[in-house]
Ligand binder design. Structure first.
Ligand code: ADP
Ligand code: MG
Length: 338
């Protein structure tokens, strides 16, 4: 995920309001994590706001460096991916913690979210280098499937090992969320109360926008317009996974970057899934997992999870929402007419 400029899945709509005369928006934009990251701090203290943004960006860059499987930088994910089954690799603390969380979400989503799809992701080629134009052969896909599977990694006392050489970890569907959470953590350390980090449509909000909530537009998966919007006036994360972010068309069929671990091919149930959760890490991983999972199973899971809501746009372009989402999502006129 780190090498692509993805289409922004969300449109962040600024709502102009001032809770006090001094407070205003301080904004900065960076290119990192393979996307455009926009920082907005609503505060009265410009020096503090800008310093916090620098530090938040540095914390997010550190996450990218720890998890990326591209470029020259060394990290423990690369060490694990290159290791032989006889080796035990000690993962960096953040990497180990995120892997454990990823395995947990793998179980909750009945295997739909899978952090071991590195070989398959490379095969499909959406994550780096030249974008592909044709799908890989069935033979190559079954080869890629063989080199995946959470059951093929093991946690030992001294670190992590794999059962088969060639298995590769890939945190592309969750590390951006962790980076956003780390950025927001920095804002909190600086005592800031109103801020938003938007990493290519993956968003976490802190507080509100003065007297008004932050307004987050959710992109229509097939039109260059908003499907609707959510108003958020508390600490929350909103993340969307969609088949429109990285894809190509081949013989009338859409091939995109979110794979079904059961088939090794792009998941076919949905056009997009938006998740609201407390942290961006959970929202990021769940939006990918729910994108793959069937809508009924996904709905059952979301309704069970405290503080999690979701919105699905199915292959038929029909919108489905969890009970809590229905109370906060405002559908746009364009989407209504569909
Ligand atoms: P984006 O990176 O565009 O925001 P996602 O968060 O949905 O989108 O992550 C997609 C990335 O996650 C893919 O590019 C790939 O690296 C990885 N991935 C693909 N399918 C899965 C899956 N089923 N489970 C976990 N990671 C996946
Ligand atoms: Mg994700």
């Amino acid at each position: 995920m780190f090498r692509y400029i993805v289409l922004l899945g969300f449109i962040l709509l600024g709502v102009s309001a001032c809770s006090s005369q001094q407070s205003q928006d301080f904004k900065e934009t960076r290119f990192m994590l393979g996307t455009i990251v926009e920082f907005t701090v609503y505060d009265a203290n410009e020096t503090l706001a800008l310093k916090a943004i620098q530090q938040a960006a540095a914390a997010m860059q550190a996450v990218e460096d720890e998890f990326t499987t591209y470029g020259q930088v060394f990290n423990t994910v690369k060490a694990f991916n290159q290791a032989q089954p006889t080796e035990v690799i000690q993962l960096a603390p953040d990497v180990e913690a995120l892997l454990l969380q990823a395995i947990n979400i793998h179980e909750q989503t009945l295997g739909a979210f899978d952090p071991t799809l590195g070989e398959l992701n490379q095969l499909w080629g959406f994550s780096g280098g030249q974008p592909p134009t044709t799908p890989p052969s069935k033979q190559k896909i079954s080869h890629g499937l063989h080199y995946s599977g959470v059951e093929n990694i093991r946690h030992l006392n001294k670190g992590w090992t794999k059962k088969i050489a060639g298995l590769q970890l890939d945190f592309g569907a969750i590390a951006k969320g962790l980076a956003i959470d780390k950025g927001i953590e920095v804002f909190k350390q600086y005592g800031l109360e109103h801020a938003i980090i938007n990493a290519g449509g993956d968003i976490r909000v802190l507080g509100n926008h003065g007297l008004q909530p932050w307004r987050i537009g959710i992109r229509h998966p097939r039109q260059a317009t908003a499907l609707g919007w959510i108003e958020v006036g508390q600490d929350l994360s909103v993340v969307t996974s969609g088949d429109y972010e990285r894809f190509y068309m081949y013989r009338g069929q859409r091939y995109h970057h979110i794979l079904d671990p059961k088939t090794g091919e792009p998941a076919t149930q949905n056009m997009s899934v938006t998740v609201i959760a407390e942290t961006a890490t959970v929202a990021d991983a769940l939006s990918t997992g729910l994108f793959v999972l069937g809508q009924k199973q996904g709905m059952d899971l979301v309704e069970k999870m405290a503080g999690v809501e979701a919105l699905w746009v199915g292959k038929d372009q029909k919108i489905r929402m969890s009970s809590g989402m229905k109370t906060i999502f405002h559908i746009s006129d364009v989407a209504h007419k569909k």
